[in-house]
Design a binder for this molecule. Structure first.
Ligand code: NDP
Length: 478
């Protein structure tokens, strides 16, 4: 019997994905550079379904039915290129290589070009859900050709999470589109986690203990903030340290790591000219948390308030923080979806934004009640410029903004850093301002660099002779 599909990379993600496929009745060929890991999967899980272990790449490829679908779940970067190189000599025209690792979408564009020229399909796909999701149903974001999706799609849809009958997997668009969307999913995940951290720190600053904060997050998870990350925050906060019995969160070093997808979201946004302030602040917050030199010097030299908040009405304050969290989260999502829309246009992918929200409703790390709402908004208006301005969102931001402003002001006054709460409020205010402070910047640019300016009252570009007689010259008609 030949395998229906192959999986390369038997670390935690790949082995779980292979098991998920086997649980759905597919015969799965498995391969890992170091055979011991393949053997370990056979020993521990071989009875869960039909696995065909390959000791060599040649044996592995030969065990899969043609046209072959081969999923790579290896370290992103050089390891992915090395694995592809190893596979290529054994493939036949029409075979599909699926890179399910967290590859940078520009690498995926390059690989798709190189591999399709050789007569094979290359599908870069995002997979989210962590190790548990890979096993039980992740959210899957495949790119590549529509033809490859006709072979691969049914298998990926079968193993993905489902909301009712709807799989959390859909074809996103050509070449790098799937990894692009996964990258932004991760960027949004950064901001989701950062706003949770900011809310927790504010609750603490108001004298709320860790147990009580856990209960507050649990309550929040019953309402419109309902999401996987809020749910596991409640669980994290109530976890005691196995060593000391203190809340575990107080024992964990306040240094957040990262592996690159958040940074890519921000650098790509900068290249596209899309402001993703909330995501950028989240990446920078992790960087600042891990900037040991800065923190060591600053802790002894910089003065400020002692991070305590006097709150006369605790319940009202907790509700203010909840509203600030919701508003900041929605703004960060607006920014992420703006990057998807703009990148989709820039790279010619024609991404269906509503579909992204649809397949993120379950399986992935940012799964949340809000995503159904976002899906409906983008389904109703596929060209929605900003989620913030959507018919169901704008009125709620209007309603929540007083709380949001109070929280940001209180945080600033008490010296509690709340970079995403405050930057998303600034983004909101900047977007809605009929006139913003950029006229000063543009005037200065013309002053020192003759970069010209436009006028509010006439078309064209203008330059002022700053170092001459200060007369104005029209430099172009448009
Ligand atoms: P790792 O990222 O730790 O990768 C380990 C796997 O890569 C092993 O199979 C290893 O083989 C293989 N590998 C490493 N270097 C090479 C090389 N030079 N040549 C060939 N193979 C190599 O494993 P994970 O399971 O954590 O992640 C796999 C992929 O999934 C990554 O791209 C990751 O970013 C992505 N991902 C991970 C998620 C998670 O929650 N962990 C979530 C979503 C995506 P060997 O055993 O021989 O060393």
């Amino acid at each position: 019997e030949k395998a229906n599909i192959g999986v390369v990379g038997m670390a935690v993600m790949g082995s779980n994905l292979a098991r998920n496929l086997a649980h759905h009745g597919y015969a799965v060929a498995i391969y890992n550079r170091t055979f011991a890991k393949t053997q370990a999967v056979m020993d521990e899980h071989g009875s869960e379904g039909t696995f065909i272990p390959g000791a060599t790449v040649e044996e592995f490829v030969a065990s899969i039915a043609h046209p072959r679908s081969i999923i790579l779940m290896v370290k992103a970067g050089a390891a992915t290129d090395a694995t592809i190189e190893e596979l290529l000599p054994y493939l036949e025209p029409g075979d599909i290589i699926v890179d399910a690792g967290n590859s940078f979408f520009r690498d995926t564009i390059r690989r798709e070009k190189e591999i399709s020229e050789k007569g094979f399909h290359f599908v870069g796909t995002g997979v989210s859900g962590g190790e548990y999701g890979a096993l039980t149903g992740p959210s899957i974001m495949p790119g590549g050709t529509p033809e490859s999706y006709t072979v691969l799609g049914p298998m990926l849809e079968a193993i993905s999470a489902h909301v009712g009958d709807e799989p959390c997997c859909t074809w996103i668009g050509p070449n790098g589109a799937g990894h692009f969307v996964k990258m932004i999913h991760n960027g949004i995940e950064y901001s989701d986690m950062q706003v949770i951290g900011e809310a927790y720190e504010l609750l603490k600053a108001a004298g709320i203990g860790t147990d009580e904060a856990a209960a507050i997050f649990k309550t929040w998870n019953q309402g419109e903030l309902s999401s996987y990350l809020i749910e596991i925050t409640a669980d994290l906060l109530q976890q005691a340290d196995p060593q000391t019995g203190a809340p575990l969160v107080d024992v964990i070093k306040d240094r957040a790591g990262m592996k690159g997808t958040g940074t890519w979201t921000v650098t790509t946004a900068l290249e596209l000219g899309v402001p993703v302030n909330g995501i950028a602040e989240s990446v920078f917050a992790r960087a600042e948390s891990s900037h040991d030199d800065l923190r060591r010097v600053a802790q002894t030299s910089l003065q400020g308030p002692d991070r305590t908040l006097q709150v006369p009405d605790k319940d009202a304050f907790v509700e203010d923080v909840r509203r600030a969290l919701w508003a900041s989260k929605v703004v960060a999502y607006s920014q992420g979806f703006d990057e998807i829309r703009t990148g989709g246009q820039e790279f010619g992918w024609n991404i269906n934004v509503a579909d992204c929200a649809k397949i993120w409703r379950d399986g992935c790390i940012i799964r949340a009640k809000l995503l159904e709402n976002i899906r409906q908004e983008y389904s109703a208006s596929p060209d929605l410029v900003s989620l913030m301005c959507a018919p169901s969102i704008a009125p709620q931001l209007a309603d929540y903004q007083d709380a949001w402003r109070r929280v940001v002001a209180a945080a600033a006054q008490a010296g509690v850093p709340a970079p995403v709460f405050s930057s998303s409020l600034a983004y909101y205010d900047m977007a809605r301002a009929p006139r913003n402070n950029a006229a000063v910047t543009q005037g200065l640019r013309d002053y020192f660099g003759s970069h010209t300016y436009e006028r509010v009252d006439a078309a064209g570009h203008y330059h002022l002779e700053w170092s001459g007689d200060r007369s104005e010259i029209k430099t172009s008609d448009n």
